[in-house]
Design a binder for this molecule. Sequence first.
Ligand SMILES: NC(=O)c1ccc[n+]([C@@H]2O[C@H](COP(=O)([O-])OP(=O)(O)OC[C@H]3O[C@@H](n4cnc5c(N)ncnc54)[C@H](OP(=O)(O)O)[C@@H]3O)[C@@H](O)[C@H]2O)c1
Ligand SMILES: N[C@@H](CCO)C(=O)O
Ligand code: NA
Length: 436
Amino acid sequence: MAFKIGLLGLGTVGQGTAAILLDREGRHPLLKEIELVRVGVRSLSKSRTIALPENLLTTDLEAIVTDPEIDIVVELIGGVEPARSLILKAIDHGKHIVTANKALISRHGAEIFSAANQKGVYVLLEAAVGGGIPVIQPMKECLGANRINTVMGIVNGTTNYILTRMQAEAANFDEVLQQAQELGYAEADPTADVDGLDAADKIAILASLAFGERIKLEQVYCEGIRGISATDIDYADRLGFTIKLLAIASRSLESDTDNISVRVHPTLVPKLHPLASINGVNNAIFIEGEPIGQVMFFGPGAGAGPTASAVVSDILNIAGIITTTNTPHGLAESAHPLMTCTHQHYCELAPIEELITRFYARFITRDLPGVIGKLGTCFGNHEVSIESIVQIDTHGKQAEIVVVTHDVREGNFRAALDELKHMDIVDRFPSLLRVL
Ligand SMILES: NC(=O)c1ccc[n+]([C@@H]2O[C@H](COP(=O)([O-])OP(=O)(O)OC[C@H]3O[C@@H](n4cnc5c(N)ncnc54)[C@H](OP(=O)(O)O)[C@@H]3O)[C@@H](O)[C@H]2O)c1
Ligand SMILES: N[C@@H](CCO)C(=O)O
Ligand code: NA
């Protein structure tokens, strides 16, 4: 065997990866050159769905990342520590890295890639975004000729599953979340998925690839789906939209300096847009570039098999390059320029107030003559142009009014809302959502 793999983690994705590496028949012939030699876990006694050859399992992960025999370390334990320290140590020992860890790369990518570049090793992460969907390598290689203006997508399967069920069954968030947890789609602590943090990690990685600059995760605007109600899903549907949690990175080339915006929030997507029809746990990433125009990558964004498919393709890519460049296994002397990360600078992201977008807002007001006129005047005073305004329902002495704006500056829209908050005709505005 030519290439020796040390696997860190034998959970969902680790077991899927081991299953492919131990069952090579009918797959790419290069897999026959790849051998799984060590697997690091926390507990030796835990029952696994996969039967490994004897003596592969260990709890000594340090021994794996420093083992001189191992060429590629595959990190599938997740989280920041000890994953970060183990990866840095593996790089220091000349190992190439394959990881699915978006939380780690979005926070410590600069440190990890700098160490890898210095050492001349590869760090590949196809599984970190979109699970099994090929998107990272295609962005680096197949779309390399393009100026990319927008990358946006549905990059979190759990929230897409919840929104799809809410849409299909007119159900509320809390009941669907509970069912998603019972079915094992949503984690016991669903915060990272439901509050958009997982999607923020992923869009930070995609934005960095699209625009060739490093992204400060703390500048990524992030809003989750806890506030989405069955009422808004119903109104959105009547107005021709589907509500999706979108992760969006866009660059405006019109201003003198690049204006880059990276954000995650629930969005009203027109039903005819390709992202509107992505349902259940599936993911899709939609890219606009010049000259290609629009492309979309679609498929399973999570799960043992799909995610392992991406992990093993990264292992094959590294093995393929090392085979053809004829360098000693641990150290590529001249790194393949389409497989490395050479970003040096952090870009400043535009604050959310500067975003130009359409809005959907639902107001509960007093049911009196002239209310719609007053809303319209207040918006007009703040240069917010209204596309449609409808009174959909009345409850006793209160009216429910839904407004959809044209493209407006978010700061102006919020200033109008601040003013409306203090008017006695407006009781409250339970929902405020952006429209694609
Ligand atoms: N699950 C998915 O569908 C999916 C999709 C895309 C990306 N990812 C990413 O893939 C990575 C792995 O996810 P997963 O779902 O496979 O996680 P998981 O099922 O929780 O598995 C984690 C594995 O890591 C081991 N581990 C954790 N901490 C350890 C430590 N301190 N020392 C030794 N071993 C440790 C665990 O050992 P024990 O088994 O002994 O407890 C377990 O085998 C994460 O970065 C995740 O974000 C997952
Ligand atoms: N929790 C993630 C797993 C894949 O990264 C999701 O629901 O999409
Ligand atoms: Na992927």
